[in-house]
Design a protein around this ligand. Sequence first.
Ligand code: FAD
Length: 390
Amino acid sequence: VDSRKYTGIVEDCCCDYETVDTVNKEVLHPLLKEIVATPFFRYFKVKLWCDCPFWPDDGMCRLRDCSVCECPANEFPEPFKKPSRHSLSSDDLICQEGKPQAIVDRTLDTKAFRGWVDIDNPWTKDDETDNDEMTYVNLQLNPERYTGYSGPSARRIWDAIYMENCPKYPSEEFCAERVLYKLISGLHSSISIHIAADYLLDEVTNLWGQNLELMYDRVLRYPERVRNLYFTFLFVLRAVTKAEDYLEQAEYDTGNPEEDLKTCSLMRQMLYNPKLQAACPLPFDEAKLWQGQSGPELKQQIQKQFRNISALMDCIGCEKCRLWGKLQVFGLGTALKILFSVDGHDKLDQPLQLQRNEVIALINLLNRLSESVQFVHEMGPVAENIIEAQ
Ligand code: FAD
């Protein structure tokens, strides 16, 4: 980011802006880019039905760039497939929304990922064990980018998220409710940055590219939104480092030994990275979050608010936005679950347990935030120069 504007420690965190930019550029961003492309991390299980409990009139978006391509079976890791699955024609590679042949057998994933169990995440509204309603999506085929989704439908979702769930606390005191607001605002900044980084510049020629003015208008001109992006990035990074032992020992098996070994090795390189550990050993200090607060009640309250936010994701009238909205909210819920555990244990003193989909959401969210920080760092000053010159 612009070093004239953003100096010192990221608010409520333990690392300064410059260090975050350097460590992200040199370590995290390149590693995460490789990690999310591996077979383990690119398939996300999600319920994509538009099942909005708040505004029943909100139909599914039919905009072209909104539809999500589900996974054709030949894209899928071997152990996920039924043994008898036939090979598919090239037709199946195009967008499959609603086509029966795109339906992937979802009952085999526990076999594919030995050692992983499906458990419900109390921070989200969806029941993650409900395999019948879930589908697999190849995230690499569905990049988060401009979709054309906007107007009152999009606006009322953001409004509901901010107004009902995270009231802005004017006081400067470090309180958990404000943390929730900052996390959502940071995520919102990141979504806007991805829209600006991959924008449909010309519909006629289908030209895609960067829209730096949009990035300036929606994010850069509000320094608080940039700060919240860095805050959210460090918060999620801390969750990942707190769960490092769990993540290091986790099973990344997709039936492709070569690729799976690479996944393990990349994860280790990220989790135990000497540069990262030296530069930013404690990205965020969650112990501060609970200081002077009644822990269990606070956790319940935030959990309730967060579940409401998760429920709102079912109202997003654009399938691809819903995919990324759900993934990232699920990832944030996973980060909260980890950071609310004490010494790697939950309140019943059970060791922290994560499900495969939680790990996939957490790491893909970290990658999105890392991309946004990198984009703001690289292109932010360019965008500001363009605006100033106008
Ligand atoms: P919006 O981004 O809709 O913002 C609404 C209001 O919120 C602003 O006027 C401002 O008051 C406030 N606000 C904005 N940013 C922040 C911030 N960082 N912190 C605090 N307050 C803020 N569109 C796509 O093209 N691709 C996507 O992948 C996509 N994913 C989405 C995911 C979700 C969960 C939602 C709810 C929407 C998504 N959208 C997506 C729509 C997109 O976010 C915008 O709503 C849309 O582009 C219209 O933007 P806007 O300029 O009206 O402002």
